[in-house]
Design a protein around this ligand. Structure first.
Ligand code: NAD
Length: 358
């Protein structure tokens, strides 16, 4: 298979971890006779420093011309400490999502048995959890009209959804449920919100086209509770932008560390794959970042954008073996970890490559 991949390392630990995502793609290409070509581009603080723009025009052009994008993270302490700065790294991320029409954010919550103890939940509650979240990404209060009264004492954000926006992401979620556990839970607040009533209506209508998928509707407050009470009950979870933002961060803690989770943002064109973590200034440049989320992002890319399931599984198996043999980065190590097996970013990336090569 021939594919062109754009790598956007970004800021902070972004370049450190993305190096390993790319190295794994190169190894997979060599093993399976695929031809992956690469290009690189700037975004975030790196884009501002070089061009004054968090999403340089050249980056957007390269993104549109690629088959998939591997992204690191954006963010710099300078902007975190100055909320009034007009030009900001995250503007680059929001703009590229909009320009590429990335309306669905997929976040798998998959647990490696070896890391059950890294979570704050009990291992017996967690074991066997395998959830795929579909969070809507381009609608809701984030993009609805915002108002502030003249006296500045009243404010509002419009929660708005159009039928087509719900339909297109719901279809993707149903299709994913068909090839997974055949269960879909749509999360809303239809007892209170009109936009949620539309959401539920659309999902109920679509469900008739997927009789092999067991569809359930749950209110967001209940879902937030069930997620920590019994995470195994979920297979595919479909939800709107705001509810999804909160629920997926809650779910990330089920997996123990930010350094272990990948996400995919997709629409009808080029897909965008990234770890869920940010640029982590506190550990940047110290060889401490966990590269596994970036490597898992690559597995998602192969499976979702290119349909290469065996190659994706080969990567998750290599990570599984690395963890089973006791290797850890600092963020996933605990009191029982053999000190000699606590690795830095480079050594961990190298270790996964070794297991990948068999
Ligand atoms: P963060 O995800 O960067 O870090 C949170 C904590 O997790 C830190 O203690 C960090 O050391 C740790 N951590 C994160 N990734 C890790 C990894 N791979 N290995 C080991 N430890 C890891 O979130 P934050 O501190 O809230 O934000 C830092 C910057 O990142 C900010 O400028 C923020 O705007 C930006 N940010 C960017 C994205 C993105 O690019 N998608 C997402 C979130 C935050």
């Amino acid at each position: 298979m021939k594919k062109h991949i754009l790598v956007i390392p970004g800021d902070g630990i972004g370049p450190e971890v993305t190096t390993w995502g790319k190295a794994v793609l190169e190894e997979i290409a060599a093993q399976y006779n695929h031809e992956f070509t690469f290009d690189e581009a700037l975004m975030g603080h790196a884009g501002i420093e070089a061009t004054g723009n968090p999403l340089p025009d050249e980056t957007l052009e390269k993104a549109k011309a690629s088959d998939a994008i591997l992204f690191g993270a954006i963010g710099h302490i300078k902007y975190d400490n100055d909320p009034s700065a007009k030009v900001r790294p995250e503007q680059g991320l929001l703009k590229i999502r909009k320009e590429l029409g990335l309306y669905a954010n997929l976040r798998p919550i998959m647990l490696f048995d070896e890391l059950l103890d890294a979570s704050s939940l009990k291992p017996e509650v967690l074991r066997g959890t395998d959830i795929l979240f579909f969070r809507e990404l381009t609608g809701d209060v984030y993009f609805g009209e915002k108002t502030r009264s003249e006296d500045r004492n009243t404010a509002s954000d419009l929660m708005i959804y159009h039928r087509y926006e719900v339909e297109r992401i719901a279809k993707k979620a149903f299709e994913a449920a068909q090839v997974r556990g055949k269960r879909l839970c749509s999360v809303d607040k239809a007892n209170v919100l009109e936009s949620s009533r539309l959401w539920r209506e659309v999902v109920q209508e679509l469900a008739k086209q997927y009789p092999d998928v067991e569809t359930e509707h749950m209110f967001i407050d209940n879902a937030a509770m069930q997620l920590v009470k019994n995470p195994k009950k979920f297979d595919v979870v479909l939800t709107a932008n705001l509810f999804g933002d909160i629920l997926t961060d809650e779910a990330s803690q089920i997996a123990g560390s930010m350094g272990m989770l990948a996400s995919a943002s997709i629409g009808d064109g080029t897909g965008f794959f990234e770890p869920i973590h940010g640029s982590a200034h506190d550990i940047a440049g110290q060889d401490k970042a966990n590269p596994l989320a970036s490597i898992l992002s690559v597995a998602l890319m192969l499976e979702i954008s290119f349909g290469l399931k065996d190659e994706a599984k080969k990567i998750t198996d290599a990570i599984d073996k690395t963890l089973k043999d006791g290797y850890r980065t600092g963020d996933i190590a605990d009191a029982n970890t053999d000190k000699a097996k606590i690795l830095g970013t480079q050594a961990m990336g190298q270790k996964v490559l070794e297991y990948l090569k068999g």
